[in-house]
Design a protein around this ligand. Structure first.
Ligand code: FES
Ligand code: FES
Length: 272
């Protein structure tokens, strides 16, 4: 995606949240528990492959597990559903509620927060019931009924955005002309990285690139065109386009990347 700041629309990013995975909190609904947690690894290509029969909490329809993947800012909830053809189907969303960060469970139909009963679609993470107002981030998930392997792509991105190759994202001016202009901004999710990044040219001509993951509880921030800054929809933290905190509860800056330019492109490094 490429855009000038003036024309930028809010709310364009996929959404997720995280926080320290907590035990069930006082006041939690007694009949919904967070999905059991297990540690897994992703392949170099960013895919988590799970043999369903090895995970008894996931194997039955209506089952779910939470997986922790090294390098991922949030654990993921994998839910076993049925699709319209009544065959097995699986979906994956971030497993931390975007309200105040409780670990999520699955009731066989919806992703449910035990703390204050927010509900989310397992398919796309959208909010089905408040108090949460921000959707969960969803992840491309496929299932091979023959091998009984479910595969989750944790590093997927925008198909029309340059990929991160060895941690480098190259944005040609021919495709991203806004980056030639002071005040220009480009955002997108590089395949191979999995999080959106914001690349901008400041009014003094310097370039900046920051990650979209809020340092409070890992919701993705959005561009606020009215204030020309980055805004976290979960709890209201704000950041400059260079990543500095301008309003809490976040206290740490956004992750910054190294940015250089050639005559033809902006080059963002350290995107890993
Ligand atoms: S933390 Fe999930 S609804 Fe409040
Ligand atoms: S996740 Fe809480 S302010 Fe961003």
């Amino acid at each position: 995606m490429s855009t000038s700041r003036r024309g930028f629309l809010k709310g364009i990013l996929g959404t997720g949240a995280a926080g320290a995975a907590a035990a069930t909190l006082p006041g939690c609904a007694p009949d919904i528990d967070p999905a059991p947690v297990t540690d897994v690894t992703a392949s170099a290509a960013g895919t988590v492959d799970l043999l369903v029969t090895r995970y008894p909490d996931l194997e039955p329809v209506g089952g779910a597990i939470t997986v922790r993947v090294p390098g991922q800012p949030t654990p993921l909830l994998i839910a076993h559903t049925k699709n319209e053809g009544a065959s097995d189907d699986f979906s994956t969303v971030s497993s931390i509620c975007t309200h105040v960060g409780c670990p999520l469970g699955f009731d066989g139909k919806d992703v449910v927060c035990p703390c204050h009963l927010s509900r989310f679609s397992p398919k796309d993470g959208s909010v089905l019931h408040r108090p949460a107002t921000v959707a969960l981030r969803s992840f491309q998930t496929t299932y091979n009924a023959g091998t009984r392997v479910v595969s989750v792509n944790v590093l997927g991105g925008d198909s029309n955005f340059p990929s991160a190759v060895d941690g480098v994202v190259t944005l040609p001016f021919s495709e991203f002309p806004d980056l030639r202009n002071n005040g220009g901004l480009v955002t997108g999710t590089p395949p191979g990285y999995g999080n959106a990044i914001f690349v901008s040219r400041q009014q003094d001509g310097t370039l900046s690139a920051v990650d979209s993951i809020c340092t409070h509880q890992q919701c993705p921030v959005e561009f606020d065109s009215a204030k020309d800054d980055l805004f976290c929809p979960c709890h209201g933290s704000t950041f400059t386009l260079e990543g500095a905190v301008t309003q809490g509860p976040a206290t740490l800056p956004l992750k910054k990347f190294t940015v250089t330019e050639t005559p033809d492109a902006v080059v963002v490094s350290g995107v890993r």
